[in-house]
Design a protein around this ligand. Sequence first.
Ligand code: ATP
Length: 366
Amino acid sequence: MASLTLKNLAHSYHPNPGEDTDFALKEVNHTWEDGRAYALLGPSGCGKTTLLNIISGLLTPTSGHVLFDNKDVTASSTAERNIAQVFQFPVVYDTMTVGQNLAFPLRNRGMEVDYISQRVQRIAQMIGLEGDLHKKARGLTSDLKQKISLGRGMVRDDVNAILFDEPLTVIDPHLKWELRTQLKSLHREFGHTMIYVTHDQTEALTFAEKVVVMYDGRVVQIGTPKELFETPAHVFVGYFIGSPGMNFIPVSVAGRKANINGETINLNHDYGDPQGDVLLGIRPEFVRLTKGDGLPVQINHIQDVGRHKFVNATVFDVEINIAAGEGFEIESDMTRVEFDPSNISIFCDDWRINAEAVDQGTGAMT
Ligand code: ATP
């Protein structure tokens, strides 16, 4: 296993890139720690595959370096990087049995027969293939074939990292949960450095210890699921994480007060005097319908989803969502909304203002 360092890494598919917009991957600097499980999360076209291909050595970056345990591997081939990869679609040898498929990466490296057998048994047991080891891969369902691919990706214990590129796409929805849980246990047991690419927030948040969120070619935040939920660094993270995502309301801010259409919202921190496009961000879970205080609201529609009611409403021409918890009665004279001040974020030109830092007088953004 190894730590992965991305140093001034950027990539453009243009022959002579100039503008920022020419870059499919804008400059990133970060160390991904040894033995951690990361998810690379973002919408289609945001640069996930570009970054993964640079890490795996399929693509040479326009600038910057990739280091495995501080060794520069930017010019090394995929084979030299000693990584395992699991792709979106199963890659299995149809004429081999499940067991032979799982053993293949170990046989290829001349491992001892006893070790191979013990390792194959262990992996098969952990991903629920122990009853299928003697079956030929041909004719198995795509779910089972993808399980073999996952198993083959995990079978070596000497790889620097395992890269998963949307590995559960072909998996039946009810099996996805099971496989994600199994992957998590495999990670806990073997401690591989894992990078799991997905556009699905549920997959990312349930699998990874840290989620790397990408948007428009840029890594906008690397954080735990809790950090992404509570303190999204960029409006995209607020919007993309959570269902529905964070509400954003244009405001002006001065110190500890936000202002919208002459109404004041008290803030828990001093945000100074931010200049630019200022947005107040609040998750639907922290908006409360009231009868007396708060901003005037007009309810558009209510959706009952069992544990929650989602209320779609309008505050000064801005559409917002409210998650009303179980047992909360929505009454017709609830014409105002309040925001829980401890869960308000303020964004300036798309980036969250780090209120704690501003309180301390540094004014830094997160
Ligand atoms: P998806 O989830 O759809 O695979 P992604 O997040 O993996 O998307 P990339 O495939 O890395 O995104 O693409 C990032 C950007 O680079 C996109 O605008 C894409 O059109 C562009 N791109 C990707 N590969 C090439 C290529 N070989 N030549 C030119 N442009 C490319």
